[in-house]
Each structure stands twice: as C-alpha cells, then as structure tokens.
Design a protein around this ligand. Structure first.
Ligand SMILES: NC(=O)c1ccc[n+]([C@@H]2O[C@H](COP(=O)([O-])OP(=O)(O)OC[C@H]3O[C@@H](n4cnc5c(N)ncnc54)[C@H](OP(=O)(O)O)[C@@H]3O)[C@@H](O)[C@H]2O)c1
Length: 243
C-alpha cells in the first residue's frame, strides 16, 4: 500500500519532532521533516533512526522565512511523489529581538507569513492527493481574540502581543485557506497546549508544561481524520476554542 506523504515544518525539535516520531511509528507514513538547519535536521534524523521506527523519513531544508527553500521543497516533493497528502505548519518562534517592532516582524514572518506562503506553494500538490488532503496549522490559544478579551480565561493576563497577534494572523490564514481550498482540502487550526519545548524559557515541566508525547497524541488524531467533523475550526486536545 502506498504511504501517506506528510510534511512537518520545524520537525527537528519539540512538538514537530514528536509528531514526526509518532507518525513514523505507525509505519504508514513517509515524512518530510522540515528543518531550517540541515545539521539540526540530520541530528534529529539520526535520533529517529536509532528508535528503529517502521515509517520512512527524510530531512528537507525548509526555512519559513526563505522563499528559495520553500520553492526547493515543492520541487523535491513534486519530483519524488507528485503529490502531498498532509501539511503541518508547525514551525514558529517566540522572538527575543530587542524591540517590539522587530519581535512583531520576526514572529509574523515565521509564524504567519511563512505558513501562508508555504500553503500557497503546496496547494497544487495537495490537490493531487488521492487521499483526503489536509493542512493543520499549529496555532495557540493565545491567538484567540475571544480568550484575550474574556476575564475568566486563563490567558486573559498573558501578555506577548507579538506572539499572540502572529497566531491570530495564522488563524485568519487558516480560515482563508479553508474558505478557498475546502472542502477538497481540509484545513484546521490546532493548539497543542502548554508543552515542554524549546519555544521559550517558560516551556518547562517546572512551569506546568506537559510532555510532547501528551500534546502530540491528540494532534495525530487530527492528522488521521478522527476530528474531520470539526474541519475549518480552531481545535485543541479535547475540544475547540473560539476564534
Ligand atoms: N510549546 C507550547 O507550549 C506551545 C503551545 C501552543 C502552541 N505551540 C506551537 O507549537 C509549535 C511548535 O513549537 P514547539 O513548542 O515545539 O517549539 P520548538 O521546540 O521551539 O520548535 C519550533 C520549531 O520551529 C522551527 N523554526 C523556527 N523558526 C523557523 C523558520 N524560520 N523556519 C523553519 N523552522 C523554524 C525550530 O527550528 P530550530 O530548531 O532551528 O530553532 C523548531 O524546529 C509552534 O507553532 C508553537 O507556536 C506551542
């Protein structure tokens, strides 16, 4: 049986790496692990190979802020497979730039503009999928305008306009993609929840962040179509967030 072809951006660490690993453990996927640094990507690949997972994986140099790497990624997957089944826009940053302007520019470029440009570039290959092609944009509950304005929300007081606004933009990009490409291509926004990762100094077990394994299990359900009844919406592990 032909394998499902998946691309996970920022697949070399954190939630992206765990997603690649969990998909590979199923044995039915060929995963392109996007990595902006080939050396980090190759180190992650070695780690996966040492786990002896049954699926197949290759590293793809992919920087969400560089169109040349996006174009090259489309060419590589097109020539090798002629289609793409699953696109997970996972890569993101919390900028440590000194000024708010730079933080906003860096985070919008990586967290919102990059996924929009990448999606646009891959739509022709997604449309050639004979499965049920899907795009999953890894957002954050911090991007919900409704939660920002709700005094009872746990995120009411969380600051970070730069990160929040970049994820709100990603949510609109998700809505636009669903309106434009659905229902042929299914599109979701997904919040993995507060998770231990390299995203920021806050993402630690001591601060209450959960393990990547716990966060990625429910995300795999979205990849595998188990939450298709909620397509076009903003999902988290057990339900939905308001936009
Ligand atoms: N962790 C949480 O609590 C949490 C909560 C809600 C949402 N999220 C979202 O979950 C996703 C994964 O984050 P994470 O927590 O796993 O953080 P992470 O460990 O920092 O992983 C982020 C990944 O994105 C990559 N990346 C950054 N800039 C990139 C660029 N320009 N081009 C390509 N790749 C780039 C990083 O590559 P390098 O290794 O080269 O830096 C890394 O592989 C993000 O979208 C994040 O916003 C996380």
């Amino acid at each position: 049986m032909a394998k499902t072809i998946a691309l996970v951006t920022g697949g070399n660490s954190g939630i992206g790496f765990e997603l690649v690993s969990q998909l590979l453990s199923k044995g039915t996927y060929h995963v392109f692990m996007g990595s902006r640094s080939l050396s980090k990507g190759n180190a992650a690949l070695q780690q996966l190979q040492s786990q002896d997972v049954p699926g197949t994986v290759e590293v793809l140099e992919l920087d969400m802020t560089k169109d040349s790497t996006i174009d090259a990624a489309v060419k590589t997957i097109s020539e090798a497979h002629g289609h793409l089944d699953i696109l997970v826009n996972n890569a993101a940053i919390v900028s440590t730039a000194p000024s708010l302007r730079e933080q906003l520019q860096e985070e919008f470029d990586t967290n919102a503009t990059g996924p929009a440009v990448l999606t646009n570039a891959f739509i022709p290959l997604l449309r050639k999928s004979v499965l049920s092609p899907r795009i999953i944009n890894i957002s954050s509950g911090a991007g919900s305008i409704n939660r920002r304005l709700n005094p009872t929300s746990p995120l009411f007081k969380f600051p970070g306009v730069n990160y929040r606004a970049s994820k709100t933009a990603l949510n609109m990009i998700t809505a636009c993609a669903w309106a434009e490409y659905g229902p042929e291509v299914k599109v979701f926004a997904y919040d993995p929840g507060f998770t231990q990762s390299g995203l920021s100094g806050m993402n630690t077990k001591e601060n209450g962040a959960r393990s990547v394994g716990e966060s990625v299990g429910p995300l795999v359900d979205v990849v595998e179509g188990k939450r298709d009844g909620e397509v076009g919406r903003f999902l988290h592990n057990t339900g939905e967030y308001p936009w």
